[in-house]
Design a protein around this ligand. Structure first.
Ligand code: 5GP
Ligand code: ZN
Length: 112
């Protein structure tokens, strides 16, 4: 989508601190980290949110989780939180599917 921030980051039109990239996805550090480790994993394909996951794109979402597990291992983070906010009330500010990976501090439950 031409006016989507994360599509632009995926296309390299807006710079990011990249952690990992392949044909299908990109992982990059969040610009406003909420934990000592805070990166985002996004599909290169535009999917608006986790509410738009279906049989046609769920293999891609599974790939994102493989990448999350691989990056967590590489970074030596055995305990981490994966978050995907859906919609404004849940705090989604960028309407392109992304998984936050947060680690390096104690996490509270339930989340605020
Ligand atoms: P959401 O609020 O949709 O769950 O998550 C969006 C995340 O994207 C936020 O944590 C925010 O800090 C991050 N973000 C917004 N704009 C940029 C940007 O231009 N670059 C990077 N690296 N992160 C961004
Ligand atoms: Zn997009």
């Amino acid at each position: 989508m031409s006016d989507c921030l994360f599509c632009k980051i995926a296309a390299g039109e807006i710079p990011s601190r990249k952690l990992y990239e392949d044909d299908l996805c990109l992982a990059f550090y969040d610009i406003e980290p909420q934990a000592p480790v805070h990166f985002l994993v996004i599909p290169k394909q535009h999917i608006a949110s986790a509410a738009e996951v279906d049989a046609g794109n769920s293999a891609l979402v599974a790939h994102l989780f493989e990448v999350i597990a691989k990056l967590a291992k590489e970074q030596g983070i055995g305990s981490f939180r994966v978050v995907s906010n859906v919609g404004e009330q849940a705090g989604q500010s960028v309407p392109h599917l992304h998984f936050h990976v947060l680690a390096g501090r104690d996490m509270t439950w339930p989340p605020g």
